[in-house]
Write a protein that binds this ligand. Structure first.
Ligand code: GLY
Ligand code: MN
Ligand code: MN
Length: 434
């Protein structure tokens, strides 16, 4: 992402914050995995969206109209000893030269500098409740100003939820973001194809997971969530991530795996026959899910409501499970009572962007949000028939989900993950090396 993209975002936010406001954003904290071993660091999405700066222990401040600089960045100082252990740091000079900051300070000086900047503002834009340690520091800085009120020190009059502004900005993807999302989807598509070619009975689910991790890393990407590789009964467990079962002939295998590339996520699911050929029952269920997904994607259009794709998917699934004999009740009743929930218990999608479950409101007041060009979402209906006596035996342990990443455009839905096969015949052909 080019520096101008981050500068444009800061300008857009600063126009909303206004000259008497200040926005404060902390970087994500470092988290411990086990004893003194850290998780791989991942910058906070809001912080990165505005700064492009990936180091921990940083604080970004936007103070529009401040004469000595509107964009301040607090960061770690250069430290050759520490850098020898932990890798290089950009340092305050570097963030001015390379990251567009107007002014930069060592993070250790923030208590001495930031309260004075806050004092000259009447409104503070901050996302409360994300990082409780930083919430406490904000409270301490405000209290330090309050304690000076008798000496004429000002305290801000208003606190505003920064996430409302920022998350609405993040919902509308720019050209640069769309291109990053396309690249992320492309890497995930390649990884799914690679897995499809190697799947056979006798492999462990984790061996399939390994193909994804390998393909992601060789493209400078990481997983955007723990891959779900669920075979047989595991395909019916929505958040299955153990990935330790042996694939058996006759199983379906549900793979939900996507990557994060340049801070943008992809999220793709395909369901495959381990033998390379769907059974009649598996194919019947699969075709219902595919029809539901295509009907839902067709509703990803400017001017439709957020819920229209879901409603379309529910209708096709309710009709489909009746046609193949899984339910007996009339379809309108099935939809009204929510009885289809036994087989399709999640929503049809979510916003997609820097976070896999991306930010942005789904409703405006009581109304589902209208879709607009630049919004990106997943479309991922499924049917899950767990092992239970109320369904015919031949349908038990069939779990199918099909998930693609879809962008709303002025000309209809644009499926970012469209390169990946999903027609049952095409899946069989690819798995059989054709
Ligand atoms: N992989 C997470 C999801 O599909 O929402
Ligand atoms: Mn998914
Ligand atoms: Mn998803």
């Amino acid at each position: 992402m080019k520096p101008e993209e981050f500068a444009r975002r800061r300008q857009q936010l600063m126009r909303m914050v206004g000259p008497d406001g200040i926005a404060i954003l902390p970087s994500a904290p470092v988290r411990m995995r086990s004893r003194d071993v850290e998780y791989r660091y991942r910058q906070d999405s809001d912080f990165y969206y505005l700064t492009g700066f990936a180091e921990p222990e940083s604080v970004a401040v936007l103070a529009p109209g401040r004469s000595n600089g509107e964009y301040l960045l607090f960061c770690r100082e250069r430290d050759p000893d520490r850098e020898r252990w932990d890798g290089s740091r950009v340092g305050p000079d570097g963030v001015v030269n390379d990251y567009g900051a107007d002014d930069a300070f060592p993070i250790d000086d923030i208590d001495d500098i930031l309260p004075g900047v806050i004092e000259s503002c009447t409104r503070v834009y901050y996302t409360m409740g994300m990082y409780s340690d930083f919430d406490t520091r904000i409270a301490e800085w405000i209290n330090s100003l309050r304690s000076g009120e008798s000496r004429g020190v000002h305290t801000p009059q208003e606190f505003v939820a920064l996430d409302h502004l920022l998350h609405d900005m993040r919902l509308y993807k720019s050209r640069a973001e769309i291109s990053a999302m396309r690249r992320s989807a492309k890497v995930a598509v390649k990884a799914h194809e690679r897995a499809m070619r190697m799947i056979r009975p006798g492999l462990f689910e984790y061996e399939v997971e390994a193909e994804f991790r390998h393909e992601f890393r060789r493209n400078d990407a990481l997983v955007s969530y723990s891959p779900i590789v669920g075979s047989g009964p595991n395909a019916c467990t929505l958040h299955y991530v153990d990935n330790r079962r042996i694939l058996e002939d006759g199983d379906l295998l549900l793979i939900d795996a996507g990557c994060e590339l340049d801070y943008y996520a992809s999220d793709i699911t395909r369901t495959l026959p381990v033998s390379g050929k769907f059974s009649a029952e598996q194919r019947a269920v699969y075709e219902v899910v595919l029809a539901a997904q295509l009907a839902a994607i067709d509703k990803v259009r400017k001017g439709n409501h957020w819920n229209d794709p879901h409603d379309a998917a529910v209708k096709v699934i309710a009709e489909g499970i009746k046609d193949i004999g899984l339910i007996e009740s009339a379809v309108p009743v099935e939809i009204e009572t929510g009885a289809y929930h036994d087989f399709f218990m999640h929503r049809t999608g979510h916003w997609l962007g820097m976070d896999v479950h991306d930010v942005g409101d789904y409703k405006v007041g009581e109304q589902w949000r209208l879709l607009e060009a630049g919004m990106a979402m997943t479309v991922e209906p499924g049917i899950y028939i767990s092992d239970r006596p109320t369904v015919p035996e031949r349908f038990r342990n069939i779990g199918v989900r099909i998930e693609d990443d879809v962008l709303v455009t002025a000309n209809g839905p644009d499926v970012l993950s469209k390169g990946l096969v999903k027609e049952p015949d095409a899946i069989e052909a690819l798995m059989q090396g054709e």
